[in-house]
Write a protein that binds this ligand. Structure first.
Ligand SMILES: [Zn+2]
Ligand SMILES: [Zn+2]
Length: 252
């Protein structure tokens, strides 16, 4: 049973990191640059760790910039203030994401510039072969790890399959609903959900992030710790990422 939890927590953390580091801070905000090799590397890393629920960086970035521009208004793709039911909110987000990723939804040009375009991988990852194929890979892993008599552990499988949207929904719902505000004057309902943030590596300091969207470090006060930012600093020190000089160049 311990092995299943180690596997589950590892997958959770790696997937949360991929979303925070690559999709949010790189693709949507452009807080740092990567050379071609590392961009491809982290694209494939994100595909590998999000697996069947991979969110392609282009669609994620457009959706996220719309969120910043319309935060907690009826045009926000995911606001718990407008849609308090988390499942209905997720459904609307999925609908808009699907429209963007299939190019069925017309979006303003200011939301569309992006760093990470890889059309072949976008096409592959949008296909049901990819989603079902990568989802099926979890079954033999569980078959090998689940001890006899503990078959209830198979109930964790759907969480693996939906990991990307689950992380997104936790941030989008709790981050605009639960917690405290360091910046009470923002025009939205963003909050810092500190006690939940260990699950999501810095993404839940939504109030700090909305108030100062140019700052790649989402922590402000002495007791706040943005884990993804600390990893970015380490990668910058190692020469893998280069911090952008212009402030949030891709933020609409
Ligand atoms: Zn953001
Ligand atoms: Zn937000």
């Amino acid at each position: 049973m311990t092995e299943v939890f180690v596997f589950f927590i590892s997958h959770w953390m790696l997937s949360a990191f991929a979303q925070s580091f690559f999709l949010h801070r790189y693709a949507a905000h452009g807080y740092f640059t990567l050379n071609r090799f590392w961009e491809k590397f982290f694209y494939l890393f994100t595909m590998a760790v999000q697996g069947p629920s991979f969110l392609n960086p282009r669609a994620y970035a457009i959706l996220h910039r719309m969120h910043h521009a319309y935060s907690d208004t009826p045009d926000d793709p995911h606001s718990p203030v407008i849609i308090p039911n988390i499942f209905k909110m997720m459904w609307r987000t999925a609908d808009i994401y699907d429209g963007i990723s299939r190019n069925n939804l017309l979006v303003k040009e200011k939301f569309t510039q992006t760093l990470t375009l890889w059309p072949t991988m976008e096409k592959i990852s949008n296909s049901w072969y990819y989603r079902i194929g990568t989802g099926a890979l979890f079954v033999p892993v569980y078959y090998a790890l689940v001890p006899a008599g503990q078959e209830w552990l198979y109930l964790l499988l759907p969480i693996h399959w939906l990991m990307g949207p689950i992380h997104g929904a936790i941030v989008n719902w709790a981050g605009h609903k639960v917690g405290y505000r360091n910046y009470p004057k923002t025009h939205d309902n963003s909050k810092n959900s500190l006690w939940l943030d260990f699950l999501i590596l810095g993404e839940l300091y939504q109030n700090n992030h909305h108030a100062r969207a140019n700052n790649p470090n989402f922590a402000r006060r002495w007791f706040e710790m943005d884990i993804t930012w600390q990893i970015i600093r380490l990668l910058a020190w190692g020469g893998i990422v280069k911090l952008s000089k212009t402030k949030a160049p891709l933020l609409a």
